[in-house]
Design a protein around this ligand. Structure first.
Ligand SMILES: CC(C)(COP(=O)(O)OP(=O)(O)OC[C@H]1O[C@@H](n2cnc3c(N)ncnc32)[C@H](O)[C@@H]1OP(=O)(O)O)[C@@H](O)C(=O)NCCC(=O)NCCS
Length: 159
C-alpha cells in the first residue's frame, strides 16, 4: 500500500463519501440502508467504520464490530481507481487488529452468491469457507415487508 494511504476511524465529515464509495463498489442494496447501518455502528463502542484516506480523500472503507464472541467484517470496498494497490488488504488487517484488540479471536464475513470473484481476494488473505449455512431473520415486521418487496423488484430487474 502507498505510504500516503492512511487508515483510521471514519469522521462524521466522511460519512457521505463512505456511502458514495460503497455505492460505487456495488455493496449497497435497496433493502440495506448504509446510512442507518453507519448510525448504528457509530452509536456503539462494539463497532466502527474504518476508512482508507489518500490525499484527504476516502479511497476505501469497511465496517467492523464484534458481538462478544466473534469479530465481523462488512461493507469492504476500495475505489475502483485505486484497486490492486494493497488498500483492501490493509483495511482487512486493520479490522482484524480492531477485533483482536477487543478480545475477538476470529472474524466472520459474508460474501454474496453473486460476488464469487471476491473469494480469491479473501483466500489470498487467509480466509477459509465455513461449513455453516448463514441464516437471518428481519426482526422489524415493517422492515421485513419492505425487504420482501425490494428484493422481488431487484430480482425482477435482473431477469
Ligand atoms: C475486494 C476489494 C476490496 C479488494 O481491494 P484491493 O485494494 O484491490 O485489494 P488488494 O490490492 O489489497 O489485494 C490483496 C490481494 O488480494 C488478491 N486480489 C485482490 N483483488 C483480486 C481479484 N480481483 N482477483 C484475484 N485476486 C485478487 C491478490 O492476491 C492481491 O494481492 P496482489 O495485488 O499483490 O496480487 C476490491 O476489489 C473491491 O472493493 N471490490 C468490490 C467490493 C467487494 O466485492 N467487496 C467485498 C464484499 S464481501
Amino acid at each position: 500500500m502507498d505510504a500516503d494511504v492512511v487508515i483510521g476511524e471514519m469522521t462524521s465529515g466522511e460519512r457521505d463519501s463512505v456511502i458514495a464509495l460503497w455505492t460505487r463498489c456495488g455493496l449497497t442494496r435497496p433493502w440495506n440502508d448504509p446510512e442507518a447501518d453507519i448510525t448504528l455502528a457509530t452509536a456503539t463502542d462494539t463497532a466502527a467504520v474504518l476508512v482508507a484516506r489518500a490525499g484527504g480523500r476516502v479511497v476505501g472503507a469497511a465496517m467492523t464490530g464484534h458481538d462478544g464472541h466473534r469479530g465481523a467484517l462488512y461493507y469492504l470496498g476500495v475505489d475502483p481507481d485505486t484497486r490492486r494497490g494493497g488498500i483492501g488488504r490493509s483495511l482487512v488487517r486493520a479490522a482484524e487488529v480492531w477485533c483482536r484488540s477487543r478480545g475477538a479471536p476470529k472474524v466472520n464475513l459474508l460474501v454474496r452468491n453473486e460476488n464469487q470473484a471476491v473469494l480469491a481476494f479473501y483466500a489470498a488473505l487467509g480466509y477459509l469457507p465455513t461449513n455453516s449455512v448463514s441464516l437471518y431473520r428481519t426482526l422489524d415486521p415493517e422492515c421485513a415487508e419492505r425487504e420482501r418487496v425490494e428484493k422481488a423488484t431487484w430480482a425482477a430487474a435482473r431477469g
